[in-house]
Design a protein around this ligand. Sequence first.
Ligand code: COA
Ligand code: MG
Length: 292
Amino acid sequence: MRSLLFVPGDSPRKLQKGLESDADALILDLEDSVAPDAKPQARAASLAFLTQTRTLPRRPLLIVRVNPLTSGLIEADLDAVMAGAPDAIMLPKAEGGVDVSHLAAKIAVREAENDLPDGATRIIPIATETGKGVFGLGTYAGATHRLAALTWGAEDLSADLGAETNRLTDGSYADPYRLARALTLFAAASAQVDAIDTVYTGFRDEAGFRAECIAARRDGFTGKMAIHPAQVAPINEIFAPSPQALARADAIIALFAANPGVGVIGLDGEMLDRPHLVRAKRLRARADRLAE
Ligand code: COA
Ligand code: MG
């Protein structure tokens, strides 16, 4: 998954537009982009969309962002949308492994009720939306087989911290958010799942958006969430492994394969050892998955 496009769940028009975009995944939102009074309508529209879309021969992955565990809304959210067999549930304000295990139990009940295969529905937590969530980042590893990826949030975190802003005047994140972002990468590596970068709210600022995508790829994120269809193409382009990077990865893999038992080797004036081989194999595996 390179691009994950948020679509307000109560907007059939935007749901349709989302489908026409080239996003790898759509996140049907029942949480913050839907007003309290519109939640029932958003559940109904999202279920209708899931039902229509899931049988299409070519379709994006379908993810539903439900309301938080403590909202009093999540039971009704899951009751509605699990009948549409989403590929994954995104959990906002997640605070660690206990929360995703709790959600996994709720999902398992609905899978049984809807004759869905046990374990088919994956979970993607937004893991840094509260201070407590940041401290829970180390607890996702091993919590549930449903864990598909981890992502982070800077908007709700700034609200939880009582901060004036989360960005400096030059557009870069202030220290607390840089820390949350970095810890998300460590948490994802520890849980052996993909790390997905958070949204960029300035949807007319293509230069700033591209720079943030490139920085995310550099640091190990494998994709980014989008809030506007115009953000999808840059994400897909930037997070697809480049032909040059793939050629180099293949050369490294071939070199080690041709020299079994060798731990360290030189290529184009650079020392290569195990971490370089691991990185090359990961890039090759990701490219193969994207090509499928
Ligand atoms: N998904 C699907 N379609 C979208 C979209 C989205 N996230 N955002 C915009 N569009 C559509 C619009 O409906 C519009 O199509 P139309 O003219 O045929 O109606 C077209 O793309 C261009 O939109 P634009 O005029 O540039 O933006 P806008 O002012 O209509 O909408 C937002 C701006 C921010 C309200 C909108 O992008 C949005 O709803 N984003 C998602 C918000 C969200 O889910 N937030 C929660 C996670 S942080
Ligand atoms: Mg939010």
